[in-house]
Design a protein around this ligand. Structure first.
Ligand code: SF4
Length: 423
């Protein structure tokens, strides 16, 4: 069980769409950002709705121009998820977005021309009870002309950290910015300190969490294409979250933002920080023992189950009898493949032995049937009924085929079961 760091709580949303709480005892929320032009109203509404359907708790939109904030007045009433306006350079965009009905503002005070303009945004948010995310992204906090002096001044503060100068500048800047908010008696603040460098992100959020009790918005910025950005993001974010740091997350990919939502949720499910929705699928990586097309089977199962199963039914797809039984024991529905066949178990009870081409349909049928039983209260998720014992000793078994050939164990796909030991 992860002990989460205590933070102040902010609330985002309204009576029409409901509210999302960030910080305190609230579940870690998932955010993402639209990739289209905000002034394209219909496309933005459609994209926000798609992201909300994928599980986004909040959706951010860019408002670089007046036509974007004008569009917001028509977009916000059409969607059912809190909207965050992403503001850079022009404080007027923040004021206009607030008037258009957004639920939160993301601001980097460092790129707003002067303090009085930041104070106008603070006053407008205060009037409407809207929180502000204060961002000190690595790429946007350092004044380019001032960079060398600041690095020299602050480099020694975290001298033992290879990112010492950036870390020091990010924290110094954050303190500077937050003073503006505190002096205006404004505390509905969420902090972010993103960097494309995963180790700097870990260091920055860790240091910030020691100094401030505002909720933290975690992210690795400009992380790249999904294939690599998933690791670049989930390693530092997972580390921070497992350490109890972080109240809301955004994974950013150079790809469809739906993936950002799906992967952020999967990360939170894996850490036990969100209650899983839909199937929990595990599958073996396959090896030289495989005798079915498991990769295709797993993808087909994933796609079908994602559409059909609402409950967190644990499904295990295993390539053979060697590790399959042990790895599948905790699953609600499991299949061990072998010899172009598959044996399907539901909570340890063998329910089918089918040829490869029937595995998918039969597994889906068993998953549907099991979910229906759970919904009727006739079965419980995760209830371990039996232990499925593999042939023993497994070490001597090797691939299993020689022992199968010798008649020592029943061949998977044969007429009798593997040994089932009741517990
Ligand atoms: S379950 Fe069998 S096929 Fe899959 S990786 Fe393990 S040993 Fe190989």
């Amino acid at each position: 069980m992860i002990q989460r760091r205590k933070t102040r709580q902010v609330t985002v949303g309204d009576d029409r769409i409901g509210t999302v709480r960030i910080g305190g005892d609230a579940a870690v929320s998932v955010q993402t950002m639209t990739a289209g032009y905000t002034h394209d109203i219909d496309a933005t509404v459609a994209e926000i709705s798609k992201l909300a359907a994928a599980g986004a708790d909040l959706v951010r939109v860019a408002v670089p121009e007046r036509k974007d904030t004008e569009a917001l007045a028509r977009i916000v009433p059409q969607v059912r998820v809190p909207i965050v306006a992403d503001v850079h350079f022009h404080f007027q965009r923040a004021i206009e977005a607030i008037e258009a009905g957004v639920h939160k503002i993301r601001l980097n005070p460092g790129n707003i021309a002067d303090r009085r303009q930041v104070e106008q945004v603070i006053a407008a948010c205060k009037d409407r009870g809207l929180p502000i995310r204060v961002g000190v992204n690595e790429g946007s906090i350092v004044e380019r002309k001032d960079k060398q002096r600041r690095m020299k001044e602050l480099g020694g503060v975290f001298g033992d950290n290879r990112h010492g100068h950036f870390l020091a500048i990010m924290i110094a800047k954050l303190e500077e910015y937050l003073d503006i908010f505190y002096e205006n008696d404004f505390y509905d603040i969420v902090i972010s300190a993103k960097s494309p460098d995963p180790m700097l992100a870990i260091a920055a959020y860790t240091e910030i969490s020691k100094r401030f009790d505002h909720p933290l918005h975690l992210g690795v910025t400009h992380a790249g294409p999904r294939e690599t950005a998933m690791i670049r993001s989930c390693v530092p974010l997972g580390h921070l979250l497992a350490s109890g740091i972080g109240d809301t997350v955004r994974i950013s990919y150079a790809s469809d933002p739906v993936y950002e939502v799906e992967d952020a949720l999967e990360m939170l499910y894996c850490l036990g920080l969100r209650e899983r929705k839909g199937v929990d699928l595990i599958a073996c990586p396959t090896c030289g023992r495989i005798q079915v097309d498991l990769f295709t089977l797993v993808q087909d199962i994933r796609n079908k189950l994602a559409d059909e199963i609402e409950l967190p039914v644990k499904v295990a797809v295993m390539g053979c009898i060697v590790n399959g039984p042990g790895e599948a024991e905790g699953a609600d529905v499991a299949i061990f493949a072998g010899d172009r066949r598959g044996i399907i178990y539901v909570q340890g009870q063998k329910v089918a032995n089918v040829p490869e081409e029937e595995i998918l349909d039969r597994l889906l049928e068993e998953c549907r049937r099991f979910e229906a039983k759970v919904k009727r209260g006739e079965a419980k998720l995760g209830e371990k009924i039996v232990e499925i014992a593999p042939p023993d000793p497994i070490g001597e078994l090797g691939s299993g085929f020689s022992r199968i050939a010798a008649g020592d164990v029943e061949k998977v796909g044969g007429t009798t079961d593997l040994t089932i030991r009741q517990t």
